[in-house]
Design a protein around this ligand. Structure first.
Ligand SMILES: *Cc1c(COP(=O)(O)O)cnc(C)c1O
Length: 464
């Protein structure tokens, strides 16, 4: 008799933990030796009862987790998960559908097709753009830039899928100083090499300088070129001037790609859409589902304006494929993986749970609470706002009586984390140490901002 006790048991324990996240300390408390001491058992010869394994797993790990899914985690833009999205994710594991090709799971393929269309709608992207549902924004960069690679080389008579990069002219990638390292790694995967990246300077407001972009483009007008723009700088939330950048880049035949890991979601909010004016003119876009959409991990989205370039870069076939019955979509042709989770079902369910208004509210609330948090911190004695709230980002630092602000900022940031009410990350911005504020969780409320400000005030009084 098949025993499914552990499934119900785990669902119950997971739901209880999800509820407890409001009260648990945000920082992990267990040290590396403690965690290793608990987990590094000898691999058993004989299997252990699953209920016991799950219970012990919870006991062994829980204080070694960071409460990033809870309401007072303001570190990197990580995002929580909504109950509906988690439930769909669980179902997908239990249903064990392989979303590689249509015939492996027709329902998963159709749900993904619908989710892709909904995502373009919510994100304000062209309705005929193609899409790939991938693991995260890193792989969304890879997917979108594989299409760029195909397109740029095709224009030059190179069949890069057949011949690779041997003998091909070097692609150059123009980015701003604010690009995310995941973009560089995608560029490495594609064989361009990190050395192909040319950085252009930013203006004081953190947006790419258009004179510098024009100079860079003019310096080597014939080179196959990708211009990577930011919709949401990870320090300041700045978005590049998309209209001007697209005018310049397209006039030179360059491909324009947008890193909108979190910032592209501004388009989901009627009140904030204007921050991304012109972003829809790009050739490809990468964003995350596990950040602002509040999906569990393993959810990133790539979109490409010219679907044929996307398909040509990734499509493949094998003798054992069964063609879709007429019109179904084989996911393998649009993403770099083969066997994969039916992640489209999770996006589908989450978008239905939220609706257009729910997504807009998520975005607007996080932005509003970021403003409250950054302004509130700025009013505390010794706290200086370095970058005011923009989107869901802001930067502050702590001013030391002895002038050693960098070390003091790190010390205060560490002490806030140790105190346990809230969690902030540290960063270096314009050569100065800062504390980063990112709000990206549907559970964060005004009360969480108040509790956090009280905690920071207490810590400051103790540390200074
Ligand atoms: C998080 C992030 C990425 C990387 O996304 P992953 O989902 O972690 O792969 C890329 N760019 C920006 C701006 C990000 O914030």
């Amino acid at each position: 008799m098949l025993d499914t006790t552990v499934l119900r048991h785990a669902a119950d324990r997971a739901a209880r933990h999800y509820e407890d996240l409001d009260h648990l300390p945000v920082a992990a408390r267990a040290s590396y030796p403690e965690l290793l001491g608990r987990l590094d058992r000898p691999l058993p010869d004989r299997g252990v009862d699953p209920v016991r394994v799950i219970d012990e797993l919870i006991d062994d790990t829980l204080d070694g987790f960071v409460g990033a899914g809870g309401p007072r985690f303001f570190g990197w833009v990580i995002g929580g998960s909504t109950p509906g999205a988690i439930a769909a994710d669980w179902l997908m594991s239990a249903w064990d559908q392989n979303a590689a090709i249509y015939q492996c799971s027709p329902a998963a393929a159709v749900a993904e097709e619908v989710a892709g269309a909904w995502l373009k709608d919510v994100l304000g992207l062209p309705s005929d753009a193609s899409f790939g549902l991938v693991t995260g924004c890193q792989m969304a960069h890879f997917t979108a830039l594989a299409a760029a690679r195909h397109s740029l080389y095709r224009d030059r008579g190179v069949d890069v899928e057949r011949d690779g990069l041997f003998g091909a002219p070097r692609v150059r990638v123009i980015t701003g100083d604010h690009r995310h390292e995941s973009l560089i790694r995608a560029i490495r995967y594609l064989g361009f090499g990190a050395g192909s990246v040319q950085q252009v300077r930013l203006d004081d407001d953190g947006r790419m300088n258009m004179v510098a972009l024009e100079e860079a483009l003019a310096a080597d007008p014939g080179a196959p070129t990708i211009v990577c723009l930011m919709a949401g700088d990870l320090n300041t939330g700045a978005a590049d001037p998309f209209h001007a950048a697209c005018d310049l880049a397209h006039a030179r035949g360059a491909w324009v790609h947008v890193d909108g890991a979190f910032g592209l979601w501004m388009n989901a909010s009627p009140a904030r859409r204007s921050m991304l004016d012109g972003v829809e003119r790009a050739d490809s876009w990468a964003t995350d589902g596990h950040k602002w959409l509040q999906l569990p991990y393993d959810n990133g989205f790539a979109f490409v304006r010219n679907a044929a370039m996307h398909h040509a870069a990734l499509a493949m076939t094998a003798g054992y494929f069964i063609p879709p019955d007429g019109s179904g979509r084989d996911q393998v042709n649009w993403n770099p993986e083969w066997s994969r989770r039916a992640r489209g079902v999770v996006a589908y369910a989450a978008l239905r749970c939220l609706g257009r208004e729910g997504v807009a509210r998520l975005v607007d609330e996080a932005c509003r609470l970021t403003e409250r948090l950054v302004e509130g911190l700025g009013r505390l004695p010794g706290c200086e706002v370095m970058a005011p709230a923009r989107m869901n980002q802001g930067l502050v630092r702590f001013v030391a009586p002895d002038g050693a602000h960098d070390a003091f900022t790190d010390r205060v940031t560490d002490a806030i984390r140790e105190e346990g009410t809230a969690w902030f990350g540290a960063s270096t911005w314009r050569g100065l140490r800062v504390m980063r504020i990112s709000v990206c969780n549907h559970r964060t409320t005004d009360a969480d901002v108040d509790r956090t400000l009280d905690a920071v005030e207490r810590v400051l009084a103790r540390v200074s």
